[in-house]
Design a binder for this molecule. Sequence first.
Ligand SMILES: [Zn+2]
Length: 297
Amino acid sequence: MPQKICRITNLWSQCNWQINETVSRVIIESTQLFPYQLDYLNQKKVLFNILFARANMAPQTIEASDGLIEKIVIQQLPHDVVGVHIYLNYPMPCKISFKPGVPARTILSFDRLFIQHVFKNKIIALDPGHGGDDYGGRGPVSLIEKDVVIAMARKLKDLLEQSKAQVLLTRETDQNIPLTHRFLLAKKFEANVFISFHVYHGANPKVSGLALKYNPRAENNFYLAQCIYTELARKIKRPLRGIKVDQQLCYLENIPGIIVEPVAISNWTEEGLLRNPTFYEKIAFGVFNGLRKYFPP
Ligand SMILES: [Zn+2]
C-alpha cells in the first residue's frame, strides 16, 4: 500500500530568553506523524528531511537568531520530501520528540545551556546616552531620546547577565552624566567593550535606519562594529546608514567602543517602532549576537 502523503501545516522556532530557556526548539505541525532522515552536513548545519510529505507553506527562511539557531530554511524537494535545514551558530546535536494528535507535532530541540556562560569573565559597559536635563533628540510625536536609550540598555543588560557577563551601566536613572565620566567608568573597571546607545535625530524626517560609530584607537574595533552592524541589521531590518569613526570614543584608548544608533527618532515610522516593546528585544538580540560573534568561544 503506498504511504499516505503528510501535509506540513506550520513550522516555527521557539526560544524564550526571559525565562532562562535551556533549549531552542523547532516545532513542526503536520496532519500526521511522518518518517524522516536526519543528517548533519557539517556540525553546524542540520538536515531534517521529512519523507512522503508536502509543505503547505511557500519555501521560506525563518531568521531565528536566538543565539544558537541562526536560521531555518524550508523547501519542497523532489519525490515528496520536505527539507527543513537548520543553521546553527555552534555545533549542537538535535533531539527529536513527537506529540501525536491533530495537528501532530514534531519537536527538534537543541541544548543551549552553554550559552548561559558565553560571556563569563567579560565586563561590558553599557552607556544609555543623555539623561536628566539633556533630553537628546525628540520625535515628531514627542518621544525623547534619553528614555528610549535607557530602555535599550536595560534590555541588553538582562540578556548579557543571563550569559554571565558583568554589566556596568553608566547611568541607572534619569541623570545627566558627563561624557568623560562615562568613559572613565569603563576604563576604571577595564571593560572589554563599551557600548553606547543613541538614536539619530535631524531636521530631515526622511532620514532613517541603522548607523554605528567606533573608536579608531582600539585594536579590532572595526571588526566589532561589523559584527554588531550585521547582526543588528538582520534583527531590526531597517535601512543602513553605515559605520563611521567617532573621535570622542578615542578617550577610551584601547577599549573597543561603539555608538549604536539603531534608528532615527525624527522619522515618523521609526519613532513608532520605538513605542513597541518587541522592537527593544530585537535591538538587544542583535547587539548580543554581534558580541557573541566578536568574542571567540
Ligand atoms: Zn544622542
